[in-house]
Design a protein. Structure first.
Length: 380
């Protein structure tokens, strides 16, 4: 199972590291290895959230996610995206931007650094909306009840997530963005840029997330209509498979996953410049890391890990919220990527530990014949 799921990741790792040695010797080998670890640590929460969405999709779209999705993630976001950012920010053609990335690495790094406020605002707002929509939803299973119960009640207010996101964006635009960090340690006023990029991130989330949510709701309606038929099939000893997302619903979910992955990759791409400004080594290292994130997503789906450890999804979304805040803060202040990665790892590890405790408590309750399972399953 492990080799089947992570086989391609192992193969890509071997090829990537060998390519790094041929490209730049053992120093390049070390850089690529470090970048791979950086990407995995920063994107583990991404894999957990992806798994929660991917398990709803049928086998065909899961394969699309693992093939076309990987190409988009590895080549699109880790190789093409930084070049596109430079081309747009410096108002140059794509060929000229590629030439700059390959032959004038210092200037290329400067341009990407200067574009960071816009990148952070777009990604930060997109991720913030994901977190807020999750935390304001009333859920049967709650992890941190003292936080989630009152927030679920507040979530009944229409458009609350959008209002809070816009308030956060306005505050960011008139605080961090007025002293945005640029190359050489200088600071400039990027309030307008951050405001526009943040609104673009918010609109992107509302369009893609709204469409995927619409088709998911249609699927749930279809499941309800087929509920009686499924019960009849189960009584006859021929249980039906659960309805999986397909067609338009799966397409928009796939699109949502790709935009989500793009938002997660922003901090990895920017953080990679702290290690190297060589676009080839960057693409190799981050690409290897992206492959492991994809494989981990599939592993979580196939093992049913999210069903067994029910608080993992909560921990991942809290990590998303933390990452959104950190991205916005990095508009003015530099934050070490180790801190960003550790925040996500700690929150997910905490949620995993809470899930293990919950499972043990449920098992003990079943063994003693207790009827207090509802209280056990409701969280901390």
């Amino acid at each position: 199972m492990l080799l089947k799921t992570f086989g391609w990741s192992f193969a890509v790792t071997a090829l990537g590291l060998v390519a790094a040695v041929f490209y730049g010797g053992w120093e390049a080998f070390g850089i690529v290895a470090i970048l791979s670890i950086l990407e995995i640590s920063l994107s583990f929460d991404n894999a957990v959230v992806n798994a929660g969405i991917l398990k709803k999709m049928n086998a065909f779209w899961q394969k699309i996610f693992l093939t076309v999705g990987v190409l988009i993630a590895v080549f699109g976001m880790r190789l093409v995206f930084p070049v596109v950012i430079v081309a747009i920010s410096a108002k140059m053609g794509p060929i000229e931007a590629v030439d700059l990335a390959l032959n004038n690495k210092d200037r290329y790094q400067e341009l990407v650094t200067d574009a960071h406020p816009a990148i952070a605002a777009f990604g930060g707002m997109f991720l913030l909306m994901i977190f807020l929509d999750f935390i304001f939803e009333d859920r049967d299973i709650q992890w941190l009840r003292w936080i989630e119960r009152p927030l679920a009640k507040l979530g009944k207010v229409d458009m609350l997530s959008v209002c809070i996101s816009l308030i956060v964006l306005l505050i960011t635009s008139f605080t961090f963005a007025t002293h945005a960090h640029q190359h050489g340690g200088t600071h400039v006023d990027k309030a307008q840029t951050v405001l526009i990029a943040g609104i673009a991130g918010l609109i992107t989330y509302m369009i893609v997330g709204g469409l995927s949510g619409y088709f998911e709701d249609k699927l749930e309606e279809e499941e309800e209509r087929e509920h009686e038929e499924e019960e009849e099939a189960e009584r006859s000893g021929k249980p039906r498979n659960a309805v999986k997302l397909a067609g338009q619903a799966a397409f928009f979910m796939f699109l949502y996953l790709e935009v989500l992955d793009a938002s997660f990759s922003f901090d990895g791409v920017i953080g990679a410049f702290a290690i190297t400004n060589d676009i080839v080594l960057m693409a190799l290292g981050l690409g290897i890391g992206a492959m492991y994130v994809r494989s981990l997503t599939v592993y979580l789906v196939r093992q049913g890990t999210l069903d067994d450890y029910v608080y993992l999804e909560h921990g991942a979304h809290y990590a998303i919220g933390a990452l959104a805040v950190l991205l916005l803060v990095t508009i003015q202040y530099e934050i070490n990527e180790v801190i960003t990665g550790l925040v996500g790892v700690i929150l997910i590890a905490w949620s995993f530990w809470s899930s293990v405790r919950r499972n043990k408590a449920l098992a003990a309750a079943e063994g003693s014949g207790s009827n207090d399972k509802a209280e056990v399953s409701s969280g901390v």
